[in-house]
Ligand binder design. Structure first.
Ligand SMILES: [Zn+2]
Length: 450
């Protein structure tokens, strides 16, 4: 038994999304010393005792919605909580909810520190020194209009961690090593346009200077650094995994998709995150008057772009990937002018890096041919062949697939099964996340799962 490494950590129970007793296998050992009177050591709890340790779902629900008073977005329904969120990173509303986070976690006995990127680390001391096991997510949201920010994305992950701390306090539970909650700055990239930027700095993937100098998208003059300073969250702790290490990182998150619902599963055990690449593609033809230019004489950039987008969908289907266009702009934009320049975004994703590479390779070669008038996959089979267009690719983002830590995945799965054990097995589903999260960056430096 000496090396049995179990640290029962968090005990959550709320509605259908539940995680129970996450264990950081690698980071603790069974301690045989006797606990203080009345205080229970997490590793000495019996299975029966553990079963009685449950979070308070009403408390979690109420606290989460109370804090949504800061950064309210648009009302979308009649219900009390049917109001979206618009809590952009480092805004006044973000400061208010950060102040609440600090005050609340300090009140729970946590030591709270803030790093140079404004990441907040609330640590509930354990018995031994060593990197804490954290629940981490984000309190910032998307903007109110496009795309709409919700009340659970990121926010639930933070509140779940805080509720777990409250539950451990309620039951006088001590842990071998420290536990805690992290609020990562600007996960969304909605105001300062880089996703997961502050966890990226912590992981050593993004230089601090570059993150600090990132300007806001609305055309204002604020940078991430100036806003961190303005709201008082430019901390003194280095934003680095080297000086501020994490023992293990768990992130509870809403799915943001339909896989769980369509497979009738209730909890997803996330094994990793799919790879994605973003491009801006510029199709250049020539503007001309619609009424005076026959089809053979045109270099229609929009017609070509339409064929390329359709082909990206068809090819992605063939290779088992996803391809999507969410932005499209054209010039000059007049009813009786054939557009000469079209730019569109292309977001390609796959569980496997290899498939994504194959998709990119074939699209790069096919797009040039299609734009020149060659028929590939039927997109040029009908209609009139014109004079052709040129195609240029610019890579905007490249994120390889991520595989989470096997021990952490096993913890989440075991916990989920414990909660749902009265039900059938298929209510817990192993899956790959289709969206990026701070856990992607953290997983490079610490055992992680979602
Ligand atoms: Zn999120």
């Amino acid at each position: 038994m000496a090396h049995v490494a179990l640290q029962k950590l968090f005990f959550f129970r709320f509605g259908s999304a539940v995680i129970n007793s996450l264990r950081a296998h690698q980071y603790s050992r069974l301690l045989s010393t006797t606990a203080r009177r009345g205080v229970k050591l997490s590793t000495q709890l019996t299975v029966d005792e553990l079963a009685t340790v449950k979070i308070n779902p009403e408390r979690l629900w109420n606290t989460l919605h109370e804090t949504c008073q800061w950064g309210q977005g648009q009302r979308w329904g009649k219900g009390e909580t049917d109001v979206g969120m618009s809590r952009l990173a480092l805004s006044d509303a973000d400061k208010q909810v950060r102040d609440w986070f600090v005050e609340t976690t300090k009140g729970l006995g946590c030591h709270v520190s803030v790093d140079e990127m404004g990441n907040i680390f609330a640590v509930r001391p354990g018995r031994k020194p060593g990197p804490p096991t954290y629940a981490g997510s984000h309190l910032d949201t998307q903007a109110k209009n496009k795309p709409t920010g919700g009340r659970y994305d990121g926010i639930l992950g933070i509140h779940a961690g805080i509720e777990a701390l409250k539950t451990m306090n309620d039951h006088d539970i001590e842990t071998e090593f420290s536990t805690g909650v992290i609020n990562w700055t600007n996960e969304e990239g909605a105001r300062f346009p880089q996703l997961m930027v502050a966890s990226g700095v912590w992981a050593g993937l993004i230089p601090l200077e570059r993150a600090h100098s990132l300007g806001e998208v609305s055309g204002g003059t604020a940078t991430q650094k100036s806003e961190l300073e303005r709201i008082g969250y430019h901390g003194s702790v280095r934003a680095s995994h080297k000086t501020n290490p994490i023992g293990a990182h768990f992130e509870l998150h809403i799915e943001q998709g339909q896989i769980l619902e369509s497979s009738k599963a209730r909890i997803g055990v996330v094994e990793g995150v799919q790879a994605y690449r973003w491009y801006t593609i510029t199709v250049t033809g020539r503007d001309c008057h619609t009424g005076t230019t026959d089809f053979q004489s045109r270099s229609d950039a929009l017609l070509t772009a339409a064929k390329l987008i359709l082909h990206s969908h068809n090819k992605a289907t063939e290779l088992g990937c996803l391809a999507s266009t969410g932005i499209l702009t054209l010039e000059p934009g007049s009813t009786n002018t054939v557009p000469g320049v079209v730019r569109f975004s292309l977001d390609m994703s796959s569980k496997e890096d290899q498939k994504l590479r194959a998709l990119e390779d074939s699209l790069k070669s096919d797009f040039a041919k299609i734009a020149a008038g060659e028929d590939i996959g039927g997109v040029n089979a009908l209609g009139t062949r014109g004079k052709g267009c040129s195609v240029e690719w610019v890579t905007d983002a490249d994120s390889p697939s991520v595989k989470f830590h096997a021990d952490c995945i096993a913890c989440v799965e075991e916990s989920a099964n414990n909660i749902l054990d009265a039900r059938s097995d298929d209510q817990v589903l192993r899956m790959t996340s289709g969206a990026g999260h701070d856990s992607v960056n953290v997983s490079i430096r610490a055992p992680t799962a979602m």
